[in-house]
Design a protein around this ligand. Structure first.
Ligand code: FES
Length: 169
């Protein structure tokens, strides 16, 4: 894992571990905190948590992979979650994935080099009647029936990403 401020991130993680290590079931709470700090759960963080809590790495890894809310791979600041449930699949979900690949240069389960965008598939987000649909972070976009509609969503987040990069430079 590459990180600019690793020492500071591990210092924060130590605090989280300290707060949780005497609680019942400390692994889940600690992993929650670790994911907030690092954005995801890289292997070295899982090993670090296991060591500090005195649990086998396999147990910590087992918890991290059991719960969907934990991510073992990095995610983008803006996470495109394309629904590939049946209704969306039939009505164009795969085309949305193709368009994201063409416009952002990343396919399913990939993250852009600048960590602004990631793309993943999800199974039904409860908007079947308005398929095809996708989410970006927690916002739902439905009736994505044309490339122009998909492009408008992508461009909205491109603008937000550029703004984010400008203000955090
Ligand atoms: S199948 Fe896509 S929202 Fe239900």
């Amino acid at each position: 894992m590459k990180c600019k401020d690793c020492a500071e991130l591990y210092r924060q993680l130590d605090e989280v571990i300290e707060q949780n290590k005497h609680l019942p079931g400390p692994i889940i709470q600690t992993l929650h905190g670790a994911q907030k700090i690092f954005g995801y759960l890289p292997r070295e963080v899982l090993e670090y948590v296991a060591n500090k809590l005195g649990h086998p790495v396999s147990e910590v890894y087992g918890v991290a992979t059991f719960y969907h809310l934990f991510h073992l791979k990095p995610k983008g600041l803006f996470q495109f979650k394309v629904c590939l449930g049946t209704a969306c699949y039939i009505r164009g979900g795969p085309m949305i994935v193709d368009q994201l690949k063409a416009e952002l240069g990343i396919g399913l389960d990939e993250v852009s080099e600048d960590r602004m965008f990631s793309v993943e598939a999800v199974r039904c987000i409860g908007a079947c009647g308005l398929a095809p649909a996708m989410m970006v972070n927690d916002k739902v976009y439905d009736r994505l029936i044309s490339p122009a509609k998909v492009r408008a969503v992508i461009n909205h987040y491109r603008a937000l990403a550029a703004e984010h990069q400008r203000t955090s430079a």
